[in-house]
Ligand binder design. Structure first.
Ligand code: FAD
Length: 503
């Protein structure tokens, strides 16, 4: 009988998009307990969601753990380097800032850098905090070299991610996973079998009358949630009250310039455009709210905003922001879009896939399925989703835009208590809550607060313990040093060419 306590001898992964092949690769390489087989079922006829190009630095560590060679990865996925995200027109039309993957300066006397910056300059009107961020200056200058391991070096103050072709990444991981023993089954899943007593899933029905049985199922079937929702009815927590964008239209275009090492998100009348430069093309799209914009209007807006010739017809996607109420239910674990979706404003979906895989590897039921593992998995993933949600809501809430019904709605929405508390602490004296776990750390929150005109009333009083004039001179010197270090680095394109030569 399929039930808690049961041994896991056969893992079945349902779906072969980014989530499916990342899960298959990680389980095969990192876990692969003796006697456990891994099968992945996917349908080429159904295909994948076909978007998901911008990533976060965590993907580098995922690849490293799998032993994937970076140069090979960059070459095989047409990847470029990503040092952050440029936000245009979010606070006010005409504003721009980069949310970098790295620090602003360094703390002085145990007090965070931004307090000293506030004391010295009073705010961004006098001196951008971005000038104290190596990755921002690298991004703006189009230069790149990997970070240094030497903690004393300025070159150790940043991280980086990739902009990649997600379809090529899934293909790359497919060959990796198959080499590590994963069996792929092609076919359309038409139904499932449940244990009549426990309600656990015991197998999949495929077209042509085939069946695939298993003990643990990882649902990577995309928005459909074939097992987590279709078989187990886990339920969905709808967050469109705070994040009402529910559609996207994607249009890739030809590159018209050397790829920039950053993604751009530009606020538009009913949502925002993404621009993601890869080696062989540029990914573009418009994430919008269907209450305020029709599909035709969205397509015409994005087509008029792209810089090169479109290389595919506009592709429309629909979604409901939120998360599955249970992400691990009985013997089904949801990973990827089947677990939930938050708009790609901060490129978090692939990160959330990785977070789920990390938990699954940690909690893998080698000694039998346990209810406690499901609960812990849900606890950690729920926190991850909520923290990402709050960070995304901040971008819409911290705006002064009032030029369209959409922006008026977003500016005046009531926000989650968790975000309201966080913002109140920052507004008082620049304090940023630090979580033990969770994705966005202090520099990320600072980037959005300061980039979108949320300024604290005061700085940390301990900042006055240092000599004000000397500190200001040191800060000015740091900005100059960052520029001179960046000027010595190779161009982003030169770095990519070098990766291709070495691969
Ligand atoms: P899918 O790609 O949909 O894969 C589902 C798999 O299940 C497919 O293999 C399919 O064939 C299979 N399947 C489904 N039903 C059946 C069936 N009946 N029988 C057999 N097989 C079946 N993420 C980022 O990190 N960065 C981004 O920049 C980003 N941009 C995005 C933009 C938009 C507009 C959207 C909608 C998403 C974006 N994402 C982004 C999210 C990202 O695309 C997904 O997280 C990622 O692709 C994982 O998708 P998936 O594997 O869960 O689902």
């Amino acid at each position: 009988m399929a039930r808690f306590g049961q041994q896991v001898e056969k893992v079945v992964i349902v779906g072969g998009g980014t989530a499916g092949w990342m899960t298959a690769s990680a389980l095969a390489k990192l876990l692969r307990p003796a006697g456990v087989s891994i099968t992945l079922v996917e349908s080429e006829a159904i295909g994948t969601v076909g978007v998901g190009e911008a990533t976060l630095p965590h993907l580098r560590f995922f690849n490293q753990r799998l032993g994937i060679d970076e140069n090979e990865f960059i070459t095989r996925t047409e990847a470029t380097i990503k040092l952050g995200i440029e936000f245009c027109d979010w606070g006010r039309i005409g504003d721009r800032y980069i949310h970098p993957f790295g620090d602003y300066g360094r703390s002085i006397g145990g007090v965070g850098f931004h307090h000293h910056w506030l004391r010295a300059f009073g705010g961004p009107e006098a001196q951008r905090i971005c000038d104290f961020s190596l990755p921002v200056v690298m991004a703006e200058e189009g230069r790149f070299s990997p970070p240094s391991d030497d903690p004393e070096s300025l070159m150790s103050t940043f991280s980086y991610a990739y902009q990649m072709d997600a379809g090529l990444y899934a293909r790359f991981l497919r060959s990796f996973a198959e080499r590590h023993g994963v069996t792929r089954t092609e076919g359309r899943i038409t139904g499932h079998r449940l244990d009549p007593e426990t309600g656990f899933v015991t197998g999949l029905r495929l077209d042509g009358g085939r069946e695939v049985g298993g003990d643990l199922f990882v649902d990577c079937s995309g928005f459909r949630g074939l097992l987590i929702e279709g078989a187990l009815g886990a339920g969905y927590e709808d967050w469109s009250g705070v994040l009402p964008c529910d559609r996207a239209v994607a249009v890739p275009c030809e590159s018209t310039e050397a790829p920039r090492p950053y993604t751009r998100a530009t606020a538009r009348p009913a949502g925002w455009h993404w621009r993601i430069p890869l080696q062989h093309r540029v990914g573009n799209g418009y994430v919008y709210c269907s209450d305020h914009l029709s599909d035709d209007e969205a397509a015409s807006d994005i087509l008029s905003g792209i810089e090169g010739a479109a290389i595919a017809e506009p592709r429309f996607l629909r979604f409901t922001t939120g998360r599955r109420r249970k992400q691990w239910s009985k013997n089904v674990v949801a990973v990827g879009l089947s677990a939930g979706f938050l708009e790609p404003l901060e490129s978090t979906s692939i990160y959330l896939i990785q977070a789920a895989i990390t938990q699954l590897v940690e909690l893998f039921p080698s000694d039998g399925l346990r209810e406690e593992d499901c609960a812990e998995f849900d606890r950690v993933l729920n926190l991850e989703y909520e923290r990402v949600r709050d960070f995304l809501v901040l971008h819409y809430h911290a705006t002064e835009r009032d030029n369209t019904p959409f922006w008026n709605r977003m500016r005046t929405l009531s926000i989650p208590d968790s975000l309201a508390e966080k913002m109140a602490l920052f507004r008082e004296r620049g304090y940023v809550i630090q979580y033990k776990d969770g994705l966005f750390l202090e520099p990320s929150w600072l980037a959005v607060y300061l980039g979108q005109r949320v300024l604290p009333k005061a700085f940390d009083p301990r900042a006055v313990r240092t000599d004000g004039e000397k500190t200001k001179a040191a800060l000015t010197g740091l900005a100059t040093e960052i520029r001179s270090v960046v000027n010595t680095l190779p161009s982003h394109s030169a770095y990519l060419n070098q990766a291709a030569r070495v691969a």
